[in-house]
Design a protein around this ligand. Structure first.
Ligand SMILES: Cc1cc2nc3c(=O)[nH]c(=O)nc-3n(C[C@H](O)[C@H](O)[C@H](O)COP(=O)(O)OP(=O)(O)OC[C@H]3O[C@@H](n4cnc5c(N)ncnc54)[C@H](O)[C@@H]3O)c2cc1C
Length: 336
């Protein structure tokens, strides 16, 4: 375990917000939680962090930022058709996808190039291009912070839904995820629900293979998302709003072309990007903060933005969408 006082966080969050925490605690293994618990760290302000790619610091954090930096990917079960991988929470999510591509394992490829660590992936049930991590999570292992006891959640106990899980709700700040087990298919199995992926393969005259699907998604993502080396962001800042059928029908009478998709619990999913764009805000900028000109869902730090500036900015975007459509768009990002 390493404890560093007054640690800068600028390079630890992808928005690039220049703030400090009172202390950065880096754990090498989950068992070290017991020591933190005995020292009462969990009775003071703390934030569990992975790669900081879904985190917005509103200012200096007067508490402990805790990162579990365990590593490792191992095969724990294998049949003719399937394999179960156990991955340490501190592994980069991209390493899991790359491992699957290298070993011809199907199921993770649509989630390529999502930044962050494996332990965070189940928290908001990361998703992209028609896939969600819940489709391949077999089990989540963790340690309860206030008791230092180990617990396991099978997929059905994780309460996964759109950008949500039990870890984001009831277990927020109560559980440190230590490992995630994934079940991948050894037999080809593709998710080509997204027209853009299919169209990319057709227009580039490419066969549907694991590598080609992954490359197609990489190429589409690169055309829409800012390069984190150049511009700070947390990817999609807002979640796509889920509205009731009645609310959607009312909206459709005023805006007949509003894109909509069936969602869980008989709700309708709207496109937050479309709503923002219709407010004329794509590319809109105020000082150091703006909407990315190529993707209306992404808020970017043009350089030197503070967390407070980003918060003021996103609330204006929310208000504009509410005024025009009567729909609340909520941040996907975790405000600290
Ligand atoms: C350019 C870009 C593109 C992106 N594209 C996508 C996308 O396509 N789809 C998508 O879903 N997301 C996307 N994201 C968002 C982000 O990458 C994911 O949410 C990712 O899973 C966050 O991982 P992280 O380790 O950086 O999380 P952090 O920001 O460090 O933490 C996120 C949340 O998880 C909690 N947490 C972290 N580690 C643990 C742990 N071990 N135990 C318990 N709780 C923990 C934190 O407390 C926090 O609530 C994108 C972000 C960027 C910057």
């Amino acid at each position: 375990m390493k404890i560093e006082l007054n640690h800068p966080l600028k390079n630890l969050n992808t928005f690039g917000i220049d703030v400090c925490c009172r202390q950065l605690i880096t754990l090498d293994m989950p068992q070290e939680v017991a020591q933190l618990q005995q020292e009462g760290i969990f009775n003071t302000p703390f934030y569990l962090m992975g790669g900081g790619s879904n985190t917005l610091f509103s200012g200096d954090f007067n508490g402990s930022v805790i990162q579990l930096q365990n590593r490792g990917i191992e095969v724990v079960h294998e049949t003719a058709d399937k394999i179960i991988l156990k991955v340490a929470a501190g592994e980069a999510w991209q390493s899991v996808v790359e491992y699957c591509l290298k070993n011809d394992l199907y199921g993770a490829e649509n989630l390529i190039d999502i930044p962050g660590w494996t332990g965070s992936a189940p928290v908001q049930n990361i998703g992209a291009y028609g896939a969600e991590v819940k489709d391949i999570v077999y089990q989540v292992n963790g340690i309860m912070l206030h008791k230092a006891t180990f617990v396991q959640f099978h997929n059905t106990e994780c309460q996964f839904s759109y950008r949500n899980s039990i870890f984001k709700k009831d277990y927020r700040n109560r559980l440190l995820i230590t490992e995630v087990l994934f079940q991948l298919s050894k037999k080809p199995r593709f998710n080509l629900e997204y027209e853009a992926v299919k169209n990319y393969l057709i227009s580039n005259n490419q066969e549907i293979t694991l590598q080609n699907v992954a490359k197609a998604i990489q190429s589409i993502r690169a055309s829409k998302l800012p390069d984190l080396q150049m511009l700070g962001s947390a990817g999609s800042f807002f979640k796509n709003p889920l509205v009731s059928r009645a609310q959607f029908e009312l909206l459709a009478t005023r805006f007949p072309n509003v894109p909509h998709y069936p969602a869980e619990a008989d709700l309708i999913k709207l496109s937050a990007g479309f709503l923002i764009e219709q407010c004329g805000l794509k590319g809109y900028r105020e000082g150091n903060v703006g909407i990315y000109p190529k993707q209306a869902l992404v808020i970017i730090n043009w350089g030197g933005a503070t967390g407070k500036e980003i918060i003021t900015f996103y609330r204006k975007i929310q208000a504009a969408v509410m005024n025009k459509f009567g729909v609340l768009i909520e941040p996907e990002v975790n405000e600290v």
